[in-house]
Design a protein around this ligand. Structure first.
Ligand SMILES: Cc1cc2nc3c(=O)[nH]c(=O)nc-3n(C[C@H](O)[C@H](O)[C@H](O)COP(=O)(O)OP(=O)(O)OC[C@H]3O[C@@H](n4cnc5c(N)ncnc54)[C@H](O)[C@@H]3O)c2cc1C
Length: 348
């Protein structure tokens, strides 16, 4: 822990007021007296702060040392070939074989298929990003316990979902002991601190059995996003899928394209905190999934450790997923490497 203990007041001054909070929800999840609560994805002090310093120490926007975390999470340093992607074992192109999953999923449906496999293998909950009932296209961290609940939450929401708030609910309120969670890159860093950092939370560390990371170039600010849609005559209530692909932003209603724009046009929607993020491939997950580097309808999957390999093998064995290894991934010439390099070099 840092020599001078930093408390919620410092979190407010250094992170929240400077608009670099990543909205991971880690501070809320680790606060031992439940004094912090996220409101509109931003932490608020609701109770009495006991000045323990745990929230600041676990905040990924406050500080994050990748070399130290590589050692803690994977027990070794990165090889030169892992500089851009983070530590890994193998990479694959994959998709689910299940039509009900594929039709609802963003890309290959791999994430949803892995989560259902996790329940089949004895997991007791998964934390996904479903949608708020009364706020259009706003994700909410949700504790799913059935295949149906997992499928319902499939698909990408381009604004942050503070998954650690879901972890808190699952662990502290619902007493779940073996769960999986899906998160994008910066949020996975908060989870890494909460499960492996100097002031880690033992209950959370013990309960998180599988970390599925999503590739991520950026997230949108919710209010600007909704305003943009309004200005471009897109009714978000009609949209069944938003998508960023091949340098374009799309809104779809089933097969019908409602909107298409060059990425430069949606740049003003990007949250300021994303400008600081250097992690594209969700480097601290057990298994990372994204769409770049694979054909339409498939996902690119990076298996990082034994846990990641085990769940993928299990889903292949039960016929939920088909996967082909990307043999030349180590040559670092894929689109994943290109975007990871772009993010690291432009976001330092
Ligand atoms: C904000 C964001 C930006 C992304 N940017 C890129 C990118 O630049 N390049 C790229 O290759 N891939 C990116 N992805 C990942 C990509 O959109 C797909 O999520 C990924 O390919 C998995 O597809 P799938 O069909 O296997 O997922 P699905 O089977 O559809 O499952 C997706 C899972 O992710 C969860 N989820 C959705 N939105 C969020 C969220 N905001 N936070 C946490 N969990 C969420 C869902 O609840 C679901 O469980 C991004 C994802 C997000 C959320």
């Amino acid at each position: 822990m840092s020599q001078q203990k930093k408390t919620y007041n410092d979190l407010k001054k250094d992170i929240i007021d400077k608009q670099i909070c990543v909205s991971c929800g880690t501070c809320e999840a680790v606060c031992p007296v439940n004094a912090i609560e996220l409101k509109e994805t931003i932490p608020n002090l609701l109770g009495n702060c006991i000045e323990c310093g745990i929230c600041y120490e676990n905040c990924p926007a406050a500080s994050f040392n990748t070399e130290e975390m590589d050692q803690k999470v994977f027990g070794r340093k990165r090889k030169p070939t892992e500089k851009l992607t983070g530590i890994y074992k193998k990479a694959y192109q994959a998709k689910t074989t299940q039509e009900d999953i594929h039709s609802k999923a963003q890309d290959g449906g791999v994430v949803t298929a892995l989560l259902t496999q996790f329940l089949d293998d004895g997991g007791d909950a998964v934390i996904v990003a479903d949608l708020e009932e009364d706020k259009i296209w706003a994700p909410k961290p949700t504790v799913a316990k059935t295949r149906e609940e997992i499928i319902k939450a499939a698909g990408t929401k381009y604004t942050p979902s503070p998954a650690l708030v879901g972890v808190k609910k699952a662990v502290k309120e619902e007493k779940r002991e073996k769960m999986a969670l899906v998160r994008n890159t910066c949020q996975m860093r908060g989870l890494s601190l909460a499960t492996a950092g100097p002031l880690k939370n033992k209950k959370i560390a013990d309960a998180v059995a599988l970390k599925i990371g999503l590739f991520c170039m950026e997230t949108f600010n919710y209010d600007s996003y909704m305003q943009y849609l309004k200005e471009n005559d897109v009714d978000p209530g009609q949209v069944t899928k938003f998508e960023i692909k091949n340098g374009r932003f799309y809104a779809w209603n089933g097969e019908e394209r409602l909107h298409r724009a060059k990425l430069a046009k949606v740049k003003p929607l990007i949250r300021s905190t994303c400008q600081r993020c250097t992690d594209f491939a969700s480097e601290y997950s057990d298994i990372s999934v994204g769409n770049v580097g694979s054909p339409a309808g498939y996902s690119t999957v990076i298996v990082r450790n034994e846990k990641g390999q085990k769940i993928l093998d299990s889903a292949i064995k039960s016929g939920l997923i088909e996967a082909t290894q990307i043999e030349d991934f180590e040559e670092q010439k894929t689109l994943v490497h290109k975007l990871a390099e772009m993010k690291k070099s432009s976001h330092q």
